[in-house]
Design a protein around this ligand. Structure first.
Ligand SMILES: Nc1ncnc2c1ncn2[C@@H]1O[C@H](COP(=O)(O)OP(=O)(O)OP(=O)(O)O)[C@@H](O)[C@H]1O
Ligand SMILES: [Mg+2]
Length: 310
């Protein structure tokens, strides 16, 4: 059988309310398995419950009910082993301002009982691009550098599973690219990666599989390719040689919309209409085609269609 990195069954989390605050049910009976070896995207709008789930996996938040199995170890039965299998980069920056990155990593390794001979502090600093800041106080690091240090801390015990909660929030473009390159490298070396991001192009590019959660419930879980394939809509964008002389008799179900630069976008369902039929209709209207491009919906559109009417 395929090895599972994470198995979550019937997971519930209700945050206790306060004097003026009602209790909040953040996770409402979630079942989710994440296969070993994948790059897995956990997506959802603000407040969906992503960080709550991640923090439960990390052992930072106590679940209300349900079962959490990490790398085959039940969190309640084998808390030490299940914790050793996972490294989490949290969304919130929480670090001692007087530690240097090197000291922070050494301390973290100590907490996990990693013997000195097995530590890879310099390699990790290099991996996250903090080698030249190794001896700087954490309080003097920029926001993006602090986030990179959080990632570094998640790696000290060489976990089988690396969880990244919004790793690229506030990180500049160049660094983002470097971060993803390194995450991919870690994955190629066998590490299972679980990540959340609000940049859906990143998820589309990086993730083999995706789960979308909303209001503490699983909306969908599928391969990225299948999710993208769910959207049947496609657009054909045509640039005519001259302004259109007359009406175009379009096939049923095809709609036309004007675009800047005199271009025309024809939206159609792939399973109903062939692009050729649209092109024929355009030519039949006496329009000469200078250029043509196709547009396919991305993950952004899939995400919006699955989470907007909830
Ligand atoms: N410590 C807490 N006490 C009370 N309610 C909380 C606490 N932490 C989170 N919540 C609530 O639980 C729900 C889920 O929050 P969570 O942080 O898991 O969402 P998220 O999916 O990570 O959102 P984001 O995309 O904004 O990071 C929200 O309604 C939030 O207000
Ligand atoms: Mg969050």
């Amino acid at each position: 059988m395929e090895q599972q990195a994470i198995e979550v069954k019937g997971l519930r989390k209700t945050y206790a309310g306060g004097k003026k605050q009602a209790p909040k049910e953040a996770i409402k009976g979630l079942d989710l398995t994440i296969p070993a070896g994948t790059i897995f995207g956990l997506l959802g709008p603000n407040g969906a419950g992503k960080s709550t789930l991640i923090n439960i996996l990390a052992g930072l938040v106590k679940k209300t009910d349900g079962q959490v199995v990490i790398w085959g170890f039940d969190q309640d039965v084998n808390p030490r082993q299940s914790r050793a299998a996972i490294g989490v980069m949290p969304q919130e920056i929480n670090m001692d301002p007087f530690f240097t990155p090197r000291a922070a990593l050494e301390t973290q390794a100590g907490l996990y009982g990693v013997p000195k001979s097995e530590r890879w502090t310099d390699e990790i600093l290099d991996l996250v691009g903090l080698s030249d800041k190794a001896e700087a106080y954490a309080r003097n690091l920029s926001g993006g550098m602090k986030r990179r240090l959080l990632l570094a801390k998640a790696l000290v015990h060489r976990p089988q599973i690396l969880v990244l909660d919004e790793p690229t929030a506030g990180v500049d473009i160049e660094l983002r690219a470097m971060l993803w390159r390194n995450v991919r490298k870690l994955n190629e070396q066998g590490m299972t990666i679980i990540l959340t991001t609000h940049y859906l192009e990143e998820a589309e590019e990086m993730c083999d599989e995706i789960a979308i959660i909303n209001h503490g419930e699983l909306i969908v879980r599928d391969t990225t390719a299948n999710l993208l394939g769910r959207m049947d809509r496609k657009a054909l964008v045509v640039e005519p040689r001259a302004p259109a002389p007359g009406q175009i008799a379009l096939p049923d179900g095809v709609s036309m919309e004007a675009r800047p630069g005199g271009r025309l976008a024809f939206t159609y369902a792939r399973n109903k209409t062939a692009a050729e039929d649209i092109l024929d209709a355009i030519r039949a209207a006496g329009i000469e085609i200078r250029d043509v491009a196709t547009e396919q919906p991305g993950l952004e559109e899939v995400f919006v269609s699955l989470t907007s009417n909830q």
